[in-house]
Design a protein around this ligand. Structure first.
Ligand SMILES: Nc1nc2c(c(=O)[nH]1)N[C@H]1C(S)=C(S)[C@@H](COP(=O)(O)O)O[C@H]1N2
Ligand SMILES: [Mo]
Length: 302
């Protein structure tokens, strides 16, 4: 499945990150981690610059409320999370329901690099070089049945290791969902790494969803359960505040959050390059995903 996604970005299209591994080192590093078959592909940016955010920025400015609500809380508190062993319960409308060990999943999947824009609903953004595999490949492993229309995801809930979950900030565990066609889209990945290294705990180790055309909160971290359903599944932020957060949550500069504009965003970090920039429809992935929403009112289905 490696090169199925043809609209790719190569390293030459992105401003190189100082000290970042070249492709061969990355391949060697991935082999060392047992992550065979790195394809080195990434979705292409249609516009905007794709200068990568640094490892420090991506791993220290985080949202992971299970470890606290401050941007630096996850980096400070997630170290205590046990991610080995790890398994994902895949169930619902699938042919092969069961408990899938993370290492067994990895051995079946093709790990690729995907450089994606990442846009939080709070109006900040980054550009992140993920490593991961297509969610469609994992779903194929479990065998999606005919009646399935949605995919529900759930994060680990382990209060002993997750200090944030001792407070009722949201209704734990964190849950998210996608329509099946969104889940099967080749841009939708399960990320297992960053910059060719295993995903740090604060970014959702050992595997988290990444849906680059949706607001960041859809990209649920540290996933332990995936369920194929016929009905639209509940999602954490929609349950917390349905007026502010819908099921779709597609990045859209023309549909403001009730409390702030979504027309522009603040690019995190970059020193001299720190700036406000316009937000793009579907976060710049309009060519790839607009057909999923043909005939839908995007303001109604926010
Ligand atoms: N389980 C869980 N997943 C989560 C969150 C969270 O609090 N808990 N925060 C979301 C939000 S709001 C964002 S912006 C992204 C942040 O991902 P990052 O910290 O890796 O940049 O994770 C999303 N996934
Ligand atoms: Mo977010």
């Amino acid at each position: 499945m490696a090169h199925r996604w043809t609209n790719t970005l190569t390293r030459r299209d992105a401003t190189p990150y100082e000290g970042f591994l070249n492709r061969r080192q990355l391949m060697a590093g991935m082999a060392g981690l047992g992550l065979a078959g790195l394809a080195g592909t990434a979705a292409r940016a249609s516009v905007q610059d794709m200068e990568l955010n640094s490892w420090e920025e991506i791993t220290n400015y985080c949202n992971f409320y299970e470890f606290g609500t401050g941007k630096d809380d996850p980096a400070a508190n997630a170290g205590q999370l046990t991610t080995k062993p790890w398994s994902v319960e895949i169930g619902g409308l699938v042919d092969r329901p069961g408990t899938y060990d993370f290492q067994d999943i990895l051995s079946e999947m093709t790990i690729e690099e995907r450089i994606y824009r990442f846009r939080c609903v709070e109006a900040w953004s980054m550009v992140i070089p993920w490593n991961g595999f297509e969610l469609a490949d994992l779903l194929a492993m479990a065998g999606v049945q005919d009646g399935a229309k949605y995919v529900a995801f759930e994060t680990l809930l382990r209060p002993e290791e997750m200090p944030g979950t001792r407070y009722p900030v949201i209704d734990w565990p964190y849950v998210e969902g996608l329509r099946l066609d969104e889940a099967m889209h080749p841009l939708t990945i399960m990320a297992t790494g960053l910059y060719g290294k295993p995903l740090p705990n604060q970014n959702g180790a050992p595997l988290r969803l990444v849906v680059p055309w949706k607001y960041g909160f859809k990209s649920i971290k540290s996933v332990v359960r995936i369920t194929l359903t016929e009905e639209e599944p509940p999602t954490s932020w929609n349950k917390a505040n349905a007026r502010e957060y819908g099921f779709y949550s597609n990045v859209n500069p023309n549909v403001d959050h009730p409390r702030w504009s979504q027309a522009s965003e603040r690019r995190i970090g970059g020193g001299l390059f720190a700036r406000k920039q316009p937000t793009l429809l579907f976060n710049g992935y309009e060519d790839e995903v607009a057909t999923l929403y043909e005939g839908m009112d995007l303001a109604q289905n926010y």
